[in-house]
Write a protein that binds this ligand. Structure first.
Ligand code: NAD
Length: 351
């Protein structure tokens, strides 16, 4: 599988390395107009560094495209790649508006090509463990979920497109929240309604909420208490807990860890297990957090190949990308109106 990558910034550098780490994949070129960016991302990968992506989609030059550019460019680049018959793996969020997400999904369907969304938190070991515990029924049917995703907001952002609503599509919900929303759906399935309180009194960015507290109702009957925030002064933190009649499971990153409590029935004797992932902690201490993101990108790429082959995959689809944006929009609308917002029912063939 031959790839080209559009965008060679902070995430693009890691994405490029995830391609060459896969034995069946080659990175043909990296395109980025910023001086030195394409060269940095392509270094050591054998890929050509170019400033202009224009000719890269022509002919059999590549089979798939990775999009890791500023958000306002996602839709245009994805549509061009699809029109040239390429598969696409795009960094989160799929696009900044729901209409753009729908256009992309439709174009992928018409072209018969795969569009996958980079929701790499799915592949953090603690969240994969949680998914396995839930799917194996070890805590019984999930009745409720608590989730938090946060960081210290504008202190983290290098560019205006990362947080100004006209370019980012929104605030915390479109940023760190988009990962958490996807993880909620990954664990408990479709969400049917949201009821939110939102605010932007801390960072005061017009139309970009800096925190959202949301009650989500899942189609499965589970309820979700959710927070996405740019006011997490403790620093980057993501965690999720699921509770069923036979126990609970918690997954966290920063640091990577799990807690699992199981019982044969409500109130029976409980068994506790914990995972601390010492190898992850050591690697991060010696090399940096990027090693964890890098590994998740490698695992995500392997799942992308399965998606393309039409096989069972843990990768996020265009539908998953669209739905996460839809939930972000519904949350903001609910916060503004002070009432619950119902989401459209998922189509039977939501791919
Ligand atoms: N998965 C995650 O956890 C995560 C975290 C941060 C960012 N992201 C996503 O990754 C993507 C890139 O973010 P980043 O932090 O690497 O940003 P960045 O600013 O470091 O990199 C973006 C790069 O795109 C380049 N670019 C601009 N216009 C271009 C064009 N027309 N063609 C090709 N390249 C172009 C820029 O020069 C820059 O080098 C965004 O979609 C962002 O939302 C994902």
């Amino acid at each position: 599988m031959k790839f080209v990558q559009i965008g060679g910034g902070v995430i693009g550098e890691m994405r490029a390395r995830s391609v060459v780490a896969h034995p069946d994949c080659t990175l043909v070129a990296v395109a980025d107009p910023a001086p030195g960016a394409a060269e940095r991302a392509a270094a050591g990968t054998g890929a050509r560094a170019v400033s202009d992506a224009a000719a890269l989609f022509e002919g059999a030059h590549c089979d798939a495209v990775i999009v890791s550019t500023p958000l306002p460019l996602h839709e245009k680049i994805i549509l061009e790649a699809l029109a040239a018959g390429k598969h696409v793996l795009v960094e989160k969020p799929l696009a900044t508006t729901l209409d753009a997400c729908a256009r992309i999904r439709e174009a992928a369907r018409e072209a018969g090509r795969t569009v996958a969304v980079g929701f790499n938190h799915r592949f953090y070991p603690s969240f994969l463990y949680m998914k396995r515990v839930i799917d194996e029924g070890r805590i019984g049917r999930v009745d409720s979920v608590r989730v938090l995703g946060g960081h210290d907001g504008l202190a983290n952002f290098r560019e205006e497109w990362m947080y100004k609503a006209e370019m980012s599509g929104g605030g915390a919900m479109m940023d760190i929240g988009i990962h958490m929303t996807d993880l909620v759906r990954f664990m408990v399935g479709e969400i049917e309604s949201v009821f939110a309180s939102t605010g932007n009194r801390v960072w005061n960015v017009e139309r970009s909420e800096d925190r959202a507290h949301v009650l989500m109702q899942a189609v499965s009957g589970a309820s979700v208490s959710y927070e996405a925030t740019w006011n997490e002064w403790k620093g980057y933190e993501v965690w999720m807990e699921a509770y069923g009649e036979r126990g609970m499971v918690r997954a966290q990153y920063g640091p990577m860890s799990n807690l699992l409590i199981t019982q044969s029935r409500p109130g029976a004797a409980r068994k506790k297990e914990r995972n601390f992932y010492p190898a992850v902690a050591l690697r991060e201490k010696l090399v940096g957090w990027q090693t964890t993101a890098q590994r998740s990108f490698e695992d995500e790429l392997a799942q992308f190949l399965l998606q393309i082959a039409g096989e069972r995959s843990l990768g996020a689809s265009a539908w998953d990308g669209l739905r996460a944006v839809e939930i972000a929009n519904a949350t903001v609308a609910s916060g503004e109106r002070g009432e619950p917002v119902r989401l459209a029912a998922a189509p039977e063939t939501a791919g």
